[in-house]
Design a protein around this ligand. Sequence first.
Ligand code: FES
Length: 161
Amino acid sequence: MSAEAKVDAAEQEVSRREFFRKIGIGSLGVAAAGTLSFTYRYLSPNVLYEASPIVNAGKAESYPVDSVTLDATSGIYLVHVQEGFFALNAICTHLGCLTAWKADLGVIACPCHGSRFSREGQKLAGPAPKSLPWLKTWVNDNGEVMVDRATTIPPMQYLRV
Ligand code: FES
C-alpha cells in the first residue's frame, strides 16, 4: 500500500468514525427527548376542569311576573312571581332527569318516573325523595340576575329586584 493510499484509508476511517459518533449522539438525543416527554406527562396534574356554577340569567326585565323559565343548558328554573325571583335546580332528585314545566297543569314534571313538583319546587308526587332545591340568586351591577348552581338556600327566600 502506497503512502497516499494509507492517508486516504485513514481519512475514510476518520469519517466513518465521525459518522457513527453522530449517529450515537442523535440516538441519545431522541432517547432523552422521549424520556423528558414521558416525565413531563407523568408529573403534570391529571385535572378535569368543570364549567363555572355561576349562571348569568340576563336582565330581570326579560322575565314577566308569573313566569317559569327553564334554562336546560344550566339545569335551572328562573321563576318570577309577585314576591320576587327565585331559582330552582331543574334536575330531578330521584335519578337526575331534567324536569319540565307544565304550564297547563301548573307543575314541574319529571318525564322519567313521574315525579311532580310545585312551582316552588315542593315535591307533590312520585318517587323523588326530596323537593327541588332553591339556589342562591342575586343581581349584579348590570341589573342581571345571577344564579349559583352550587349553593342551595332555604325555600321562600325571594330575590326582590
Ligand atoms: S328521575 Fe325523576 S322521577 Fe325518577
